[in-house]
Design a protein around this ligand. Structure first.
Ligand SMILES: Cc1cc2nc3c(=O)[nH]c(=O)nc-3n(C[C@H](O)[C@H](O)[C@H](O)COP(=O)(O)OP(=O)(O)OC[C@H]3O[C@@H](n4cnc5c(N)ncnc54)[C@H](O)[C@@H]3O)c2cc1C
Length: 247
């Protein structure tokens, strides 16, 4: 299965996600926790998602697939970094995998269309693939019905799928990839700076009004237009440029 997208498009970036269904001593089923830090989730994040009272999904991901990166090691680091939270963690089962990221240049061929992870229909910032995959499947189904009715399964007909997919989600994916790229360079201090800034009441207002887990670019646009954020972002950007001796 994985060889098909490679055949259509050899160069796609990936994130590795490693998760465990686990039991934690918590009855809070309404709070999702996100953990940011280069020690246990370089270029990505860790998470706790409650499933029901007492059971949750705990995981961590990292951005680059490199031989020296071990998902188990980062998972252990996450646990070690927050001993108070994870002290009673009982792992029920481990799971994991890679998630392809970024707009794929070709998700069709004559008689063939790709959907879901095979077509890199995932959110570049969170790695979530359910929402995007379902949107892709809807468009793919529409073109499949048309193609069968017209008796035309040619490459040209299948390319309508790519056009509609890019019209629907292309801008969002490209914008989210750009934000993800900048996040990859952030140190723990940079992340702290940004979180502190986002905690300010004016930012909280924007987050509540425009935050949408499926379309983060809408919020990003508002935040970039927001005066004080521009200064703060500039500060981070200058710091990064300084680290890299670009100035
Ligand atoms: C740890 C982790 C956590 C995640 N959490 C979330 C989340 O919270 N929310 C979210 O939206 N997304 C999440 N994702 C991403 C999400 O799981 C995927 O984007 C989504 O499952 C993709 O669906 P799919 O049907 O395209 O591929 P898959 O779910 O991978 O399904 C492909 C199927 O094809 C089968 N298959 C493979 N090869 C063959 C073959 N040769 N012949 C027959 N069958 C074959 C596989 O066994 C599998 O059943 C997570 C991913 C990981 C790794």
């Amino acid at each position: 299965m994985a060889s098909i997208p490679r055949w259509l498009n050899p160069a796609n970036s990936k994130a590795v996600m490693y998760a465990a269904d686990a039991e934690l001593q918590s009855t809070d089923t309404s709070t999702i926790s996100v953990f940011l830090g280069q020690d246990f989730a370089p270029g990505w994040f860790g998470w706790i998602i409650p499933l029901d009272a007492g059971t949750c999904r705990v995981g961590t991901g990292f951005a680059q697939v490199q031989p020296e990166c071990s998902p188990q090691r980062y998972f252990q680091q996450l646990e070690n970094s927050y001993p108070q939270i994870f002290k009673d963690l009982k792992v029920i089962r481990y799971t994991g995998g890679t998630v392809p990221l970024g707009l794929m240049s070709k998700i069709y061929s004559s008689h063939a269309m790709l959907v879901g992870d095979a077509a890199s229909q995932t959110k570049p910032i969170s790695g979530g693939g359910i929402y995007m995959g379902l949107r892709g499947a809807k468009i793919c189904g529409q073109i499949a019905v048309e193609a069968l009715n017209e008796g035309d399964l040619s490459e040209t007909k299948m390319s309508c799928y790519q056009k509609l997919w890019e019209k629907d989600m292309g801008e969002e994916i490209i914008s989210a990839m750009a934000h993800r790229e900048s996040f990859l360079d952030f140190s723990n201090e940079d992340i702290d700076l940004i979180i502190r800034f986002l905690s300010k009441p004016q930012c909280q207002e924007l987050l509540l009004k425009y935050g949408d887990i499926d379309y983060p670019s809408h919020l990003a646009k508002k935040l970039f237009d927001f005066g004080p954020w521009k200064n703060s972002f500039l500060k981070v950007a200058l710091k990064i440029a300084d680290y890299a001796n670009l100035m």
